[in-house]
Design a protein around this ligand. Structure first.
Ligand SMILES: *Cc1c(COP(=O)(O)O)cnc(C)c1O
Length: 472
């Protein structure tokens, strides 16, 4: 066995010789020499490893060449790539959250490829501030007196806490000491902002009198946090924002809400209940509300702060702001997205996140039919596509319990497990991400976008070819 293995090893072609093979020489015309050399070495190492496990593994030159071609192709691909989201989770944090509206894309294009009046006041010819481009819009859409934008909502919370409560006590319900993921936990953020956390109430029940009893001379702020990604059900009670606002007013202390997702349109007519709009929160008496730009709002990564001028103005002068400031590309996309909200009907159609969330079951069923018809044109007979009713979720730490009726497309290939299919689609040139449920590989019609249709067909054909090669 050991002898045989050594003999096969000797049959592995040498790098110098391989560089003279016409197929490899042709690669040298297209790629830098060190890149080709490195790919050849990498594939040879792979082949050696293979032979160590299986001395009968193929050393056929055609196979080695195609491995090298594939290796080079994968090296020249960007790391951050477009994927098809077939998960049905609309605001999918791992898949880039909200896809932007065309209007936002155009703004990005214009602002990114040239100069702009980012911090230049065109009316006076003097220095301006970047925040002015969206403050008026945010106030108009939320009814706030003043507004500010930063990098993301985590930054908004840190800036607001640092500005409102550094060195003071912040009272929060025990039921709202949330972890959002990626190490954003309210107690840690509080410490980082130099505020002292005062927990009140219990995990399932907190009353306004708990807040009342906790107010001392050291109290700087009353904080409410949206329990975005979980729900406490059963025997529960919480102090409402309105009750907290009344108490804050009485005690002369500001009340802040970390609203998490942040919704600017009432989505109840579309069956999406339980997420008040930012203007409702401000009406209830919140002094400062922070929320994300790329969750339900459907824009770029951003953190929006809306509220009373007397609390927002000091944030504009806070030394942290420079470190948390939003870049011009996100700002351009955010302004374009917010402008769409001036016409609610337009926003619901033009902002992909809102469009996908508000699709009806009938629309989704028809959409699944369209996708299936389009895919059948390209796929081999061994592949089959079936439509099933199912459910999708909003994602993005919004509506943790909400399940929206949808249509799912099951993709089957004779003799291949759903796990094999999932892996093959994930490795396609444009990866397709779906889910496996009850031993079926499924794509949700809700999050497969129109622009995805032809790449989806291509990736599926690629996956079929790939699976056919490794016959079961
Ligand atoms: C998502 C979320 C955050 C963090 O927002 P990012 O924009 O991702 O930084 C903070 N708080 C709550 C309640 C959230 O849901």
């Amino acid at each position: 066995m050991a002898v045989a293995a050594r003999n096969v090893m000797k049959e592995i072609p040498k790098v110098d010789r391989m560089l003279c093979w016409p197929e490899i020489a042709a690669l040298l015309d297209k790629h830098p020499r060190p890149e080709v050399l490195s790919a050849v070495r990498c594939v040879l190492e792979l082949v050696r490893e293979e032979i160590r496990h299986n001395p009968d593994a193929s050393l056929e030159s055609g196979r080695i060449i195609s491995l090298i071609v594939a290796e080079l192709a994968s090296r020249s691909r960007a790391s951050l790539r477009a994927v098809v989201n077939g998960t049905g989770v609309v605001v999918h944090t791992n898949l880039g959250r909200s896809p932007l509206a065309d209007e936002a894309e155009r703004a990005l294009q214009t602002i990114s490829t040239g100069y702009s009046n980012l911090e230049f006041d065109l009316s006076t010819g003097e220095r301006g501030t970047r925040y002015d481009h969206v403050e008026g819009l945010i106030c108009e859409l939320t009814g706030a007196e003043a507004a500010l934008v930063v990098n993301n909502n985590a930054a908004a919370v840190i800036l607001a806490l640092s500005s409102l409560a550094q060195g003071g006590e912040v009272i929060v319900s025990r039921g709202e000491l949330v972890e959002i993921g990626g190490s954003f936990r309210i107690p840690d953020v509080m410490r980082q902002s130099g505020a002292i956390l005062v927990e009140v109430g219990t995990t399932n029940r907190t009353h306004i009198r708990d807040f009342q009893a906790a107010i001392t001379d050291a109290t700087a702020l009353l904080l409410k946090v949206h329990t975005s990604n979980f729900a406490i059900v059963g025997f529960t009670a919480e102090a409402s924002l309105a009750e907290m606002a009344a108490l804050g007013q009485e005690a002369g202390r500001p009340v802040m809400l970390d609203a998490g997702s942040g919704c600017l349109i009432d989505l109840t007519p579309y069956g999406i209940t339980g997420e008040p709009t930012i203007s409702r929160y401000l009406d209830a008496g919140a002094d400062v509300v922070t929320f994300s730009g790329d969750k339900l709002l459907g824009g770029p990564q951003a953190g929006l702060i809306a509220g009373k001028r007397s609390f927002i103005d000091p944030m504009k002068r806070h030394p942290l702001l420079r470190a948390l400031r939003m870049d011009k590309l996100c700002l351009a996309a955010l302004e374009a997205t917010l402008r769409l909200y001036r016409d609610e009907r337009r926003a619901l159609l033009a902002i992909p996140t809102l469009r996908m969330l508000t699709m009806t079951a009938e629309q989704l069923s028809r959409r699944a039919d369209v996708i299936i018809r389009r895919l059948r044109r390209t796929l081999p007979d061994t592949a089959s596509l079936l439509k099933h009713p199912g459910e999708s979720s909003a994602g993005g730490g919004a509506f943790p319990l909400l399940q929206l009726p949808t249509s799912l497309i099951e993709f089957k290939m004779a003799g291949h497990s759903p796990q094999k299919i999932e892996a093959a689609l994930r490795r396609a040139a444009t990866p397709v991400i779906g889910r496996i449920h009850r031993d079926r590989f499924l794509l949700d019609a809700r999050t497969v976008m129109d622009r995805d249709l032809s790449v989806l067909a291509q990736s599926m054909a690629e996956a079929c070819a790939c699976l056919a090669k490794e016959q079961p």
